[in-house]
Design a protein around this ligand. Structure first.
Ligand SMILES: NC(=O)CCC(=O)C(=O)O
Length: 261
């Protein structure tokens, strides 16, 4: 499966301009690379313009969901649509979405863990949903959002449910870049799965974002990585045979003794 990751510099508080940017990016990426799956970062329609989100947020997933479905269908490409601010019943959620190449939504997820360091709990509501696996191209996958990465029990749940790839969509600050890199490698190694992440770059309100979007294999090897400063596209092809090989060599799942912990 061939991935193209959008390491995007989000234009703060300009959803239409960001959707236009994604339209142009996808057109070029599909023409140049013809990927099977593309990945967008967290909160890519607005950035972390939290106090202004009541003005900029989608309502019940629109218009961003339909926008992404149309793009997926037009280009026949699977889209891990990052996340966007989304108003539902007067609360605003940080909502992720995955869409298949026919333009059907296969997964929606509201970020469960809100990040205190960016003041998210003041402005957003935490998702009251279960993180589940979904399928694209016949492969079981997961999608988590940024701060969720710090909760290993969430990723383990997805692994136990059969996920072979987990996507991490993020606006992770450069101040904690080493946590971003090491935690992704740890999650890949302990769960023997691929991690594919899209992080934004650029700066807003005094926060610099880390970039360093990554593709990590189930052995923990970094297959591809963006730099820490520029908007760019990261391409990488993953082979799921690696998962079988790693799980045979180090049979973590059959060694678990969950009744003791
Ligand atoms: N957008 C986020 O969830 C950032 C998470 C973060 O800054 C951290 O975990 O550190």
């Amino acid at each position: 499966m061939k991935y193209s990751i959008c390491q995007m510099e989000v234009i703060p508080g300009k959803p239409d301009a960001n959707r236009e940017k994604v339209t142009e990016w996808l057109e070029k990426t599909v023409a140049d690379e013809n990927p099977d799956i593309v990945v967008l970062p967290e909160m890519w329609t607005t950035g972390y313009t939290l106090p202004e989100l009541p003005q900029y947020a989608d309502i019940d997933g629109e218009p961003t969901s339909t926008f992404l479905c149309n793009l997926a269908k037009k280009h026949s490409v699977n889209i891990i649509g990052g996340s966007f601010a989304n108003k539902k019943d007067d609360k605003i959620y940080n909502s992720g979405i995955a869409i298949d190449r026919s333009g059907m939504v296969v997964y929606r997820y509201d970020k469960i863990h809100l990040v205190p360091m960016l003041d998210e709990p003041t402005y957003l509501a935490g998702g009251e949903n279960h993180a589940d696996v979904f399928e694209l191209e016949g492969v079981k996958m997961g999608l988590i959002i940024c701060y969720d990465l710090r909760f290993p029990e969430l990723m383990r749940k997805l692994a136990l449910d059969g996920a072979q790839v987990v996507h991490v969509v993020a606006e992770w600050p450069a101040a904690r870049k080493e946590h971003w890199r090491v935690l992704q490698q740890a999650r890949a190694i302990e769960n023997q799965m691929f991690i594919v992440s899209s992080n934004s770059t650029g700066e807003y309100n005094g926060v610099q974002y880390a970039g360093n979007s990554m593709v990590i294999d189930p052995w923990g090897t970094i297959q591809a990585e963006g730099d820490g400063v520029s908007e760019q596209t990261i391409h990488s092809t993953i082979s799921l045979d690696v998962t079988k090989k790693v799980r045979k060599e180090v049979p973590v799942f059959s060694s678990r003794v969950p009744e003791y912990y």
